[in-house]
Design a protein around this ligand. Structure first.
Ligand SMILES: CC(C)(COP(=O)(O)OP(=O)(O)OC[C@H]1O[C@@H](n2cnc3c(N)ncnc32)[C@H](O)[C@@H]1OP(=O)(O)O)[C@@H](O)C(=O)NCCC(=O)NCCS
Length: 192
């Protein structure tokens, strides 16, 4: 499916376009972000190369990746999200928000909007995500999605020369649908 634009409560998810590299670099080029991911853009040129590849992959049919820009009306580009498909109606999600926009509910809104798209339009059965054990903010996002902890992936990422474990979580389509009928947790936005 291309192009995709998804509307959340306060954010919009859209395809990358030419000229997005500086904004994307402000997210995935910031060590405050990349220390929680284990990857990122080395510099602006690296971001430009990576985004050209992203835009090529977005137009492939079948499409196996939805790497989208998160925008907010008063804050511009605030982050990036990614859904990658693999396995039997399964996918993984990831998200990052630029540090000067943290704590405004953008990741929660963006991740819920993307998961809603995965279970809705794409008909997935399972969506998973993982976070380092000390990534309190990300674990809160996963809890807000109604995800269940599945287990610890040992030495999942190498960050600054140090191996990091990850905590794997998932939510299944029936659980997601059941969650749609429940009121959101305090501070969480309704599922999109
Ligand atoms: C994780 C991240 C995306 C959260 O973005 P955000 O827009 O600030 O998140 P939200 O404002 O939606 O907050 C989500 C939850 O985390 C909590 N939170 C946010 N920052 C926090 C912090 N520094 N410490 C503790 N909790 C925090 C919020 O209170 C909220 O919890 P609630 O739903 O129980 O109220 C952002 O911190 C980030 O980009 N980190 C680096 C990249 C990363 O870790 N990506 C995920 C990899 S698995």
């Amino acid at each position: 499916m291309y192009p995709v634009t998804l509307t959340g409560r306060r954010i919009t998810l859209r395809e990358f376009r030419d000229g997005d590299a500086p904004a994307a670099h402000a997210v995935l080029g910031d060590p405050l972000v990349t220390r929680w991911l284990g990857f990122g853009y080395a510099d602006l040129a690296d971001a430009e190369r990576a985004l050209r590849d992203t835009m090529d992959r977005a137009r492939r049919d079948p499409r196996t990746e939805y790497h989208l820009v998160v925008t907010a009306p008063s804050d511009g580009v605030v982050g990036l999200v990614r859904l990658w498909l693999g396995g039997e109606r399964a996918g993984g999600i990831g998200y990052a928000v630029r540090p000067d926009r943290w704590g405004r509910g953008y990741a929660t809104d963006a991740a819920r909007t993307l998961a809603g798209f995965a279970f809705g339009a794409l008909g997935l059965h399972r969506v998973h995500a993982s976070a380092f054990p000390d990534n309190v903010a990300s674990l809160a996002v996963l809890a807000g999605l109604g995800m269940t902890y599945e287990g610890r992936i040992r030495d999942d990422a190498l960050v600054d020369g140090e191996w990091r474990d990850s905590l794997l979580h998932s939510v299944l389509a029936p659980e997601w649908r059941a969650g749609l009928s429940r009121p959101p947790r305090s501070g969480a936005v309704p599922p999109g």
